[in-house]
Write a protein that binds this ligand. Structure first.
Ligand SMILES: [Zn+2]
Length: 325
């Protein structure tokens, strides 16, 4: 089933008995944004650093409200007059750190965007932070499906309640981190990489691209992975995510993900396996790229050069070539 072009209004027909479409496709959603998209949002809203919050309001929106904690009036009261001290990111969340150490944490989930420019539609505008004293007058949170969340944390609260449950950030993760968290796991490596308590920031799309570059079969159980395989996974993670950040993330053909200025990313042009089922493998020339379902999500991989044991001769070369780009 080609799901490109699906929108929030997409209503799937009932699947036939035995028909196993992954959940993400039945719901018409895509598993973005992930770390590169959220990091792009973070960088995009850096111009708000130093600005003062004038007010926070919920724009008129007829859709089901998103989760905002505390309630909007309390959020406004507790942050009014504070300055934005820095913009951070933890896994797939953007953090606005205020000058009194409070933290506004925005989690875009499926379709949320953090914007400084006009949003894609006015219908789905969920939050407006009015600012003064800097180059921009407002920071917006837009969310088509409305699964995103905005939360205010007092000093230290975020670390205690959320941060401590997240694994090391995928850009910082080491072989020892992964082996400690997943080395004994019987889960398949592709499924395990999506576990945010093991490593934070990787989702369905980048897990497929990372395992392709690493030359590791996504069905391989963590407990049997060798140290060289973990090393290749860690190298591939950094290479793929940094390249994706450089290209401001992936905007799939549904067009939902945009950067802070409402422009598309371009990493979709570099996808090697994601959504490429049936294509010849761009590395070994064989393949063809296969799509399977793992934990109700699509996985794309090359059955010829992604192996359960050892490595295809071209894998190390491909990693070195990518590293030097
Ligand atoms: Zn291949």
């Amino acid at each position: 089933m080609d799901t490109r072009g699906l929108t929030a209004s997409y209503k799937p027909t009932s699947p036939s008995p035995g028909h196993q479409e992954p959940v993400e496709q039945l719901s018409g959603s895509r598993i973005v944004p992930e770390l590169p998209e959220v990091e792009t949002m973070r960088r995009g809203v850096l111009p708000t650093v130093g600005s003062q919050i004038v007010a926070i309001e919920r724009p008129p929106c007829l859709r089901k409200p998103i989760s905002i904690r505390p309630r909007i009036d309390a959020l406004d009261r507790r942050t009014r007059g504070r300055r934005v001290a820095s913009i951070g990111r933890r896994g797939k969340r953007v953090l606005l750190e205020l000058d009194d150490q409070q933290l506004i944490v925005i989690e875009p989930r499926m379709t949320g965007l953090v914007l400084l420019a006009d949003p894609p539609t006015t219908d789905h505008l969920r939050l407006r932070i009015q600012l003064s004293g800097g180059p921009v007058s407002e920071l917006l949170f837009w969310d088509r499906r409305g699964l995103g969340t905005v939360q205010l944390f007092g000093p230290g609260e975020f670390d205690a309640s959320v941060c401590d449950r997240l694994g090391v950030d995928a850009l910082e993760v080491t072989v020892d981190d992964l082996k400690r968290k997943l080395g004994e796991s019987r889960r398949e490596i592709k499924v395990a990489l999506l576990d945010q308590s093991a490593v934070a920031g990787i989702g369905n799309l980048y897990a497929a691209e990372i395992l392709f570059l690493a030359g590791v079969d996504p069905r391989c159980r963590c407990e049997i992975l060798t140290r060289p395989q973990w090393q290749r996974i860690v190298k591939a993670t950094k290479i793929v995510l940094l390249k994706a950040i450089e290209n401001e993330g992936s905007t799939l053909s549904d067009g939902t993900y945009r950067n802070a200025l409402n422009a598309e990313g371009s990493y979709q042009n570099y996808h090697r396996v994601y959504d490429r089922a049936g294509n010849q493998c761009p590395r070994c020339g064989r393949g063809p790229i296969r799509r399977i379902v793992q934990a109700q999500r699509s996985t794309f991989f090359c059955p010829s050069c992604q192996r359960k044991r050892g490595a295809h001769p071209q894998v190390e070369l491909a990693i070195e070539a990518q590293r030097n780009l």
